[in-house]
Design a protein around this ligand. Structure first.
Ligand code: IPM
Ligand code: MG
Length: 359
């Protein structure tokens, strides 16, 4: 049976990096007769330009009928003056929420070849392998009420609501514990329960769930300390589980430990394992159209898709190995360039991965 993949290139560098990931998918599709069917649709600023909204109903419809989704990135200065309700980011938040993609997996793995590209000392990051499990459809990103109101004295006030229900905490907790069982069996739950009641409940529920996983060691950390520990001694972590906003912030920090956020894929899964896959980085409008963006995070996201949504772990391994070989050869896009390596374009990097797969 064919596997329907919806490709959403989005904005900024999105289309450039996606073109390379699609090439890679086409290559493994042919090699292994995977019967992948790739369709493309609009999201973000590109959708606003064409249809006036960041997530057209037609895109959502195809997304619902697809087996997996591969997304580039959304947003850019062009759309920043728009009303908040129709900004590109809203399209991304809406598709996550509509498809109930509550579990966001953001691995931060260091390719040994890139140890010198990290801003931390090689001994601090070598062998790094962290998995951040970020809750993606709740928390302060979605809590009501929210808005900007005018007070009686005429001053304006912005407000958001940080909420998590027990069931939301339970399902992300279970996902984190299940994933830890396949790794080093350690979960660090990140909260701010010295200040925020919502995370007091978070901690309590994590403790409760941990009873179901006697083999997994659970620890807790305040988010400020977690940010510090990530840059001080990141190898202490195996799986980190946290809410939407803390996860957004910590995953960027963790990404940078690996040399470049341009290397990191992510998966966003629903309760049945259907997923949307995207690079952790954004649309990088400042370098869009120059052919210098790193396509590897998107290529690795495609590999994650094959692994998690289609059970094609071996094909995913091949793509990951091809990426590693390309790094061995010394090819680097500017974001991971260090002296003595060879600076290449987005297209050349994608082609090098295809060549490695064909070799
Ligand atoms: C991310 C991004 C998004 C988020 C933005 C673009 C809405 O930063 O995926 O990490 O905050 O979730
Ligand atoms: Mg982010």
């Amino acid at each position: 049976m064919s596997k329907k993949i919806l490709v959403l290139p989005g904005d900024g560098i999105g289309p450039e990096i996606m073109a390379q990931a699609v090439q890679v998918l086409n290559t493994v599709n042919e090699q292994h007769s995977l019967d992948l069917e790739i369709e493309e649709a609009l999201i973000g600023g590109a959708a606003i330009d064409a249809d006036g909204v960041p997530l057209p109903d037609s895109t959502l419809e195809v997304a619902r009928n697809s087996d997996a989704i591969l997304l580039g990135a959304v947003g850019g200065p062009k759309w920043e003056p728009l009303d908040r309700a129709i900004r590109p980011e809203k399209g991304l938040l809406k598709i996550r929420s509509e498809l109930e993609l509550f579990g966001n997996l953001r691995p931060a793995m260091l390719y040994p070849q890139l140890a010198s590209a990290s801003s931390l000392k090689p001994e601090v990051v070598s062998g790094l392998d962290i998995l951040i499990v970020r809750e993606l459809t709740g928390g302060i990103y979605f809590g009501q009420p929210r808005g900007i109101r005018t007070l009686e004295n005429g001053e304006r006030q912005g407000y958001n609501t940080y909420v998590y229900s027990e069931s939301e905490i339970e399902r992300i907790g279970r996902l984190a514990f299940d994933l830890a069982m396949k790794r080093d069996k350690r979960v660090c739950s990140v909260d701010k329960c010295n200040v925020l009641e919502v995370t007091e409940l978070w901690r309590e529920v994590m403790e409760r769930i941990s009873q179901e996983y006697p083999e997994v060691e659970l620890s807790h950390m305040y988010v400020d300390n977690a940010a510090m520990q990530l840059v001080r001694a990141p190898k202490q972590f195996d799986v980190m589980v946290t809410g939407n906003m803390f996860g957004d912030i910590l995953s960027d920090a963790a990404a940078m430990l690996t040399g470049s956020i341009g290397m990191l894929p992510s998966a966003s899964l629903d309760k049945n394992g259907k997923g949307m896959y995207e690079p952790c980085h954004g649309s990088a409008p400042d370098i869009a159209g120059q052919g210098i963006a790193n396509p590897l995070a998107t290529i690795l996201s495609a590999a994650m898709m094959l692994r998690y949504s289609f059970g094609l772990g071996e094909v995913a391994d091949q793509i990951e190995k091809a990426v590693s070989q390309v790094l061995d050869k010394g090819y680097r896009t500017p974001d991971i360039y260090t002296e003595g390596t060879e600076k290449v374009s987005t297209e050349a990097m994608g082609q090098a991965v295809v060549d490695a797969l064909n070799a």
